[in-house]
Design a protein around this ligand. Structure first.
Ligand SMILES: *Cc1c(COP(=O)(O)O)cnc(C)c1O
Length: 358
């Protein structure tokens, strides 16, 4: 039996035509680097969106072994999927509690991250005295209580473990980072909480001033490089491989793919790979992506289509139908090639991959 990352069981005879290889050593090593960069602060892990597409259950198990104890998901459905793998760690649910979440939330050991006065009221009424986390909006303009709501005492009476805020532009050198940190420092003495937390992956790179008691990296765990400080320390975690369905020669003047966006200027050897935008290899890679065989890069020719992508294989004369080919999925490079963010490159990876941990 093979077990896919989505928890489906398939007969061993079913051939999964695409491979995602996930390097648990690299994942653990990235967490250790982020933990070290967090100075004296504990280092958690954002595992929302199924561990950024890798498989949250395996990510949680791997990082628990590495020493991580604080995990973050977006929803209660994600919490339910992660909890059996958690061990002694703690789980926070970033979207907090809507009315229809209360049943699940009260039955769960996970903590809601309360984001609005209505969520705070709901929690105080249904679970008085029970521990929660809280998000303050110090400028991102997304989830969280406003500074005025905090000053007005909306949070009074809550039992708070993590009091957090989220940086809007930590991946850039902007004054906004200092402003958000200063506002966080101004507001937090007003709110009794066990731990303070501000930094995501990029925030950890900004230095120990941003670490407080707990950091919350996501992207960099999975091989993303949020800022230059992480380059050379963060290792690639995910490798994407596809198979050659057909190899063919086309003459000068022939075109490749939908809308004939590539025209061969000379006789060209093509390999047609079984990967496309339905797998998350989006059309941004059209004419810009590349595959890698040994140390040779093979450019994508023409449009990426739903289930197929053509590459030039003039430089790989021995590549045959049925061979596996690695796509260049080094996240910063692939982000430049495709115009997609490193986050989108991870979370878009589709359901047709056999996810293989090693
Ligand atoms: C997603 C998320 C993180 C992790 O951010 P990265 O940029 O992936 O490191 C941390 N905190 C919150 C509140 C988040 O939503």
């Amino acid at each position: 039996m093979l077990r896919s990352g989505r928890g489906l069981y398939r007969g061993a005879v079913t051939h999964l035509p695409l491979r995602l290889t996930i390097d648990s050593d690299a994942l653990a090593s990235n967490w250790r680097w982020l933990a070290e960069r967090s100075g004296g602060a504990a280092c958690g892990a954002a595992v929302k969106a199924d561990g950024y597409g890798l498989g949250a259950a395996q990510v949680v198990r791997c990082l628990t072994d590495a020493g991580c104890r604080d995990f973050f998901v977006a929803t209660w459905a994600e919490a339910e999927a992660v909890l059996p793998h958690l061990g002694e760690g703690a789980l926070s649910v970033l979207h907090g509690v809507a009315e229809e979440d209360m049943g699940a939330a009260l039955a769960s050991p996970a903590r809601p991250v309360l984001n609005s006065p209505a969520q705070v009221r709901r929690w105080k009424e249904a679970a008085p005295g029970r521990e929660c986390d809280v998000m303050i909006d110090t400028g991102i303009g997304r989830l969280g209580l406003s500074p005025d709501e905090v000053r007005d005492g909306v949070l009074d009476g809550l039992k708070i473990d993590i009091l957090m805020s989220h940086l809007a532009s930590a991946d850039e050198d902007r004054e906004m980072n200092q402003r958000q940190r200063a506002l966080f420092l101004e507001l937090t003495p007003r709110v009794p909480a066990r731990r303070l937390s501000l930094a995501n992956s990029a925030g950890i790179c900004l230095g120990s001033d941003y670490a407080f008691n707990l950091t919350r990296p996501g992207l960099a765990l999975y091989g993303g490089i949020p800022r230059r400080e992480a380059a050379g320390h963060i290792r690639q975690v995910v490798r994407v491989e596809a198979q050659v369905v057909q190899r063919k020669a086309i003459p000068a003047g022939a075109t490749v793919g939908y809308n004939a966006t590539f025209t061969a200027s000379e006789p060209t050897e093509l390999a047609i790979l079984n990967i496309g935008y339905a797998d998350g290899y989006l059309r941004g890679f059209s004419g810009t992506g590349r595959a890698k065989v040994d140390e040779t890069f093979l450019p994508v020719l023409g449009r990426v289509s739903m289930d197929l992508t053509a590459i030039s294989v003039d430089a790989a004369p021995s590549l045959r139908e049925g061979d596996w080919v690695e796509l260049d999925y080094d996240l910063p490079t692939a982000s430049t090639q495709s115009g997609l963010s490193q986050y989108e490159l991870l979370t878009g990876l589709g359901a047709r991959f056999g996810r293989k941990w090693r």
